[in-house]
Design a protein around this ligand. Structure first.
Ligand code: UTP
Length: 283
């Protein structure tokens, strides 16, 4: 049973500079909802009640966002904006959210390691804010369901275009049942000619606590950062690890093109926006 989710949000977001100079990338909105809210909602929709967000310097806006905002609530109440008031209040009561600081952005692996004490001795989920995934069954729930069956670490994967292979963690795996891969190896951002496949990891994982020791053993890798992928490589030596080609549509919101696509697609699904946006695009 998975009860806890870790959401690393301490990265510098250099791909979105200069915006991320003074605001967390996780707070960039898809129209009117920050990216991180999609991720928190996915965890909650999957039955997770305890959420740990890893933050760093300059990330106060995330904590404020999920906190209550008495002045704003009073203002909305006094002005009769009840619908907005409800929305604002709902956000602060979404889940039990805890914050842990990563003092320096030393890599995704290091960020996950910061949650060790809070997670304790139980399996847990990791969700990255870079990926927004639209799915009938939330992506992390799909991994949790498979974890029930295999009791082994699970990584969400998807086929990526050749020109993008060098931007992903790439697995070498054997499909053992439909969409489930036994992972033989995993390599962080390999050059295309060295990549064992075009199956890339996506920002959703279920881990057992063994990953923490593996991260501790992991030396700095690509970009001089402690890479989660390198820790998984150590884990594979000791334990079976599986990849799952999830069902759903993923937006790489940490990338400018992916971010724009997400905004357009979400706008085209909203009753209050779709007609005008569709007309505008056609024109
Ligand atoms: P990324 O490498 O995509 O995020 O890490 P980044 O470093 O913020 O972005 P760019 O590449 O510079 O534009 C994936 C996730 O891991 C978190 C990020 O916040 C992001 O959600 N992360 C990364 C940490 O929490 N700590 C780190 O040291 C590095």
């Amino acid at each position: 049973m998975i009860r806890k989710a870790v959401i690393p949000a301490a990265g510098l977001g250099t791909r979105f500079l200069p915006a991320t100079k003074s605001m967390p990338k996780e707070m960039l909105p898809i129209i009117d909802k920050p990216i991180i809210q999609f991720v928190v909602e996915e965890a909650i929709a999957s039955g997770i009640e305890d959420i740990i967000i890893i933050t760093g310097r300059g990330k106060r806006a995330i904590e404020d966002y999920f906190d209550t905002s008495p002045e704003l609530e009073t203002h909305l109440l006094q002005n009769g904006k009840y619908e907005l008031l409800r929305e604002v209040k709902d956000i602060s009561s979404l889940a039990d959210i805890h914050y842990i600081r990563q003092k320096e952005p030393k890599g995704l692996g290091d960020a996950v390691l910061k949650a060790e004490k809070h997670v304790g001795d139980e399996p847990f989920a990791v969700l990255l804010g870079d990926d927004i995934i639209k799915a009938d069954i939330p992506c992390i729930k799909q991994l949790m369901n498979l974890f029930e069956k295999y009791s082994k670490p699970m990584i969400a994967v998807e086929k990526v275009p050749k020109e993008k292979v060098s931007s992903y963690g790439i697995i070498k795996g054997r499909e053992i049942e439909k969409s489930v891969y036994f992972v033989d190896d995993i390599i962080e951002k390999p050059p295309l000619e060295e990549a064992p496949s075009n199956i890339g990891t996506v920002g959703r994982y279920v881990f057992t606590p063994e990953i923490f020791d593996c991260i501790t053993e992991t030396p700095p890798g690509k970009g001089n950062e402690i890479q989660l992928t390198d820790a998984i490589r150590i884990l594979i030596e000791e334990e079976d690890v599986y990849g799952y080609a999830f069902e759903g549509k993923r937006y790489d919101a940490g990338d400018k093109i992916g971010y724009v696509k997400a905004i357009v697609d979400f706008a085209l699904e909203r009753d209050d926006l779709k007609e005008e946006v569709a007309r505008y695009i056609k024109r």
